[in-house]
Design a protein around this ligand. Structure first.
Ligand SMILES: O=c1ccn([C@@H]2O[C@H](COP(=O)(O)OP(=O)(O)O[C@H]3OC[C@@H](O)[C@H](O)[C@H]3O)[C@@H](O)[C@H]2O)c(=O)[nH]1
Length: 252
């Protein structure tokens, strides 16, 4: 996490401000919550009824606990002030126009594979994740906002992969000769993660439709173009014009 305190402030004070605004103008508020509320789960797959297993003082805590309290605040404002809330628990999502350096596994592996650098697997790579394409998420969020479901809903793709399998898949799709490099395990890294999406299917009529490889090919295409663009548009600073001194004009 780049800035834990800012992350915590955004998730707590930011959500509080938005809830106050929603109350004042009578708006329905969408909270982009996260699968991180389940922490390193003891239940698999994770359904919305699971309370989670988060280390409150670990390195992920500012994000995880920040989102957990954001959910708490939503339901306090709903019950006490009548604010309408919709809470999406979003699982790992990717697609074109994601930030190249956001540090998550999809962007890291694609960039590394395209640049011929080693793909950095944290730990043994046996931990699992389920990756969702961005347009599926957007459709789920629209369906949620248009529904009358005020309790939390998982939005994710339930197709589960180990991180090592995922590294190999990216290498194949990119056609890359990069090696796989094993680095030390990230502290408190969830070992398994897969959404139970029964609730979204039943109550929103929603499920992901974009196959993983199709989505990854679109993301790879985007990253390739971005790298080409950056290589062709290096910023070359122009020499500054000479500074003209203010003050009395000198007459020599
Ligand atoms: O270079 C990398 C980056 C990540 N990883 C591993 O890949 C897995 C996925 O890590 P990511 O950083 O992409 O993100 P996570 O899945 O842990 O959480 C992310 O997606 C789900 C959302 O709910 C969270 O809000 C978001 O932070 C982890 O096990 C991580 O250790 C690597 O092995 N190498």
């Amino acid at each position: 996490m780049y800035n834990p305190i800012k992350t915590l402030k955004t998730n707590t004070i930011g959500t509080l401000n938005m809830l106050g605004l929603a109350k004042r103008v009578g708006a329905r508020l969408l909270l982009a919550s996260t699968s991180e509320v389940y922490g390193d789960p003891e239940v698999h797959p994770q359904s919305e009824s699971y309370w989670g297993h988060v280390n409150p003082v670990g390195p992920r805590a500012c994000y995880d606990e920040g989102k957990r309290v954001a959910e708490t605040m939503c339901y306090a404002y709903m019950k006490q002030e009548g604010v309408e809330v919709r809470v999406a628990r979003i699982f790992n999502t990717f697609g074109p126009r994601m930030h190249m350096n956001d540090g998550r596994v999809v962007s890291n592996f694609i960039l590394q594979a395209l640049q011929g650098e080693p793909l950095t697997v944290y730990g043994s790579g046996s931990q699992t994740r389920a990756f969702q394409y961005v347009s599926d998420l957007v459709n789920g969020l629209v369906a949620l906002m248009n529904s009358n479901v005020s309790s939390p809903v998982n939005l994710g793709n339930p197709e589960e992969h180990t991180i090592l399998e995922f590294a190999q898949l990216i290498k194949t799709l990119v056609g890359s000769g990069s090696e796989i490099q094993f680095l030390s395990e990230a502290q408190d890294d969830p070992q398994k993660r897969k959404p139970d999406i029964k609730k979204a299917k039943l109550m929103l009529g929603w499920e992901p439709v974009v196959p993983l490889e199709e989505g990854l090919n679109k993301a790879i295409h985007y990253f390739r173009k971005e790298l080409e663009y950056q290589a062709n548009n290096q910023y070359i600073p122009k020499p500054k014009p000479a500074r003209i001194k203010k003050g009395r004009t000198r007459h020599n």
